[in-house]
Design a protein around this ligand. Structure first.
Ligand code: TA6
Length: 330
């Protein structure tokens, strides 16, 4: 069962921890809960909590013209508009809004492992953070940014082996940019192999309209060829399925979408890799939560630590993986 404490409802005031009423795997949020959550964490005009699709709890943040939507399950950002009329993220219209199911699109958090689990293949792909209920740790709003910090209770890990082993805190700051950081903490007395990613689905006009100059010249592991090592000798193109783990990417990545006349850049930190994914037509049709024509409208570009570049966290050690997204109209 859940509990909560309250601090009140003044802009700039930090709010304390709050948990949703959880029964089994279902998360229930009644209208009065929403009211009390807004009482405790809402900040007039900038931070608002409510029911999303299928009554799944969500939060909406604003900062001047900028808007952001996130679901508490997975601390999953589903919409980001830096200004009216520009949606930066792609969400599948066929996404499944169900407790325990990962949402297709937006920015899923892959944690505490990326891809298939190295030792236990029957564990779910990309870890359990994206299907777990996060707790609100604090909200804030001032002239610099509107922010929210969420935590994943280590004791709530779905498998005994993972309980109280590693904690996760995720902070989001919305201003003229979108800043976010995953902070992992090894709570155990033994080293922990951590792999993770900010699995961003960027909305695009069309695959052929997109260029990402920063990956030219980098080495990558090609998932489509059993992670064989390859060299990106010319500009990356998206004529078919692409699933690559680039090594030692630069901190700043720019991608240009001529069709939308937009240049999106992000600075990342704490990542050894950059994953680029587009499922292509066939794979898109095979996934029931992926729109059939969705492969033309999205590209995943993900700061990550994966495979041989996973992180070894010593007992008590912390790791930060973050990115700051900035959008410019050309
Ligand atoms: O990040 C790229 C990737 O690992 C691809 O291999 C593909 O599986 C994608 O993630 C989506 O994974 P999901 O588990 O969300 O279907």
């Amino acid at each position: 069962m859940a509990h909560f404490t309250a601090v009140g409802n003044n802009p700039g005031l930090q709010s304390e921890l709050y948990c949703w009423l959880v029964i089994g795997t279902d998360t229930l949020m009644t209208v009065s809960d929403i009211a009390s959550v807004n009482e405790r964490f809402g900040i007039d005009g900038t931070v608002h909590f409510g029911e999303g699709i299928n009554s799944m709890p969500k939060a909406e943040l604003t900062f001047n013209e900028a808007r952001l939507e996130l679901y508490l399950q997975g601390a999953h950002i589903t919409r980001y508009q830096p200004a009216a009329g520009i949606e930066v993220l792609w969400m599948s219209d066929s996404a499944l809004y169900q407790p325990g199911k990962a949402l297709r699109g937006g920015i899923p958090l892959c944690w505490p492992w990326f891809g298939a689990h190295a030792d236990t293949p029957d564990l779910p792909q990309h870890g359990y953070a994206r299907t777990s209920q996060f707790q609100i740790s604090s909200t804030n709003a001032d002239h610099q940014a509107t922010s929210i910090t969420l935590t994943l209770d280590a004791a709530q890990a779905p498998w005994p082996d993972w309980q109280n082993r590693v904690a996760l805190e995720f902070e989001i700051r919305l201003s003229n940019t979108l800043w976010m950081e995953m902070r992992s903490h090894n709570l155990s007395t033994s080293p922990l192999i951590l792999s993770n990613a900010l699995h961003s689905y960027f909305a695009i006009s069309q695959r052929q309209q997109v260029t990402i100059p920063a990956v030219t010249g980098l080495t990558y592991l090609d998932k489509l060829q059993n992670y064989r090592s390859q060299q990106q000798t010319s500009a990356i193109t998206f004529d078919s399925e692409v699933d690559r783990v680039y090594q030692a990417p630069p901190a700043r990545i720019d991608f240009f979408d001529q069709g939308r006349n937009i240049n999106t850049s992000f600075e990342s930190w704490g990542n050894n890799n950059l994953v680029i994914w587009n499922p292509g037509e066939q794979k898109a049709r095979q996934m029931n939560d992926f729109d059939d024509d969705g492969f033309e409208q999205m590209i995943c570009i993900e700061p990550a630590n994966a495979l041989a570049h996973s992180i070894t966290l010593a007992p008590g050690e912390h790791h930060r993986l973050g990115q700051e997204i900035k959008v410019n109209r050309n």
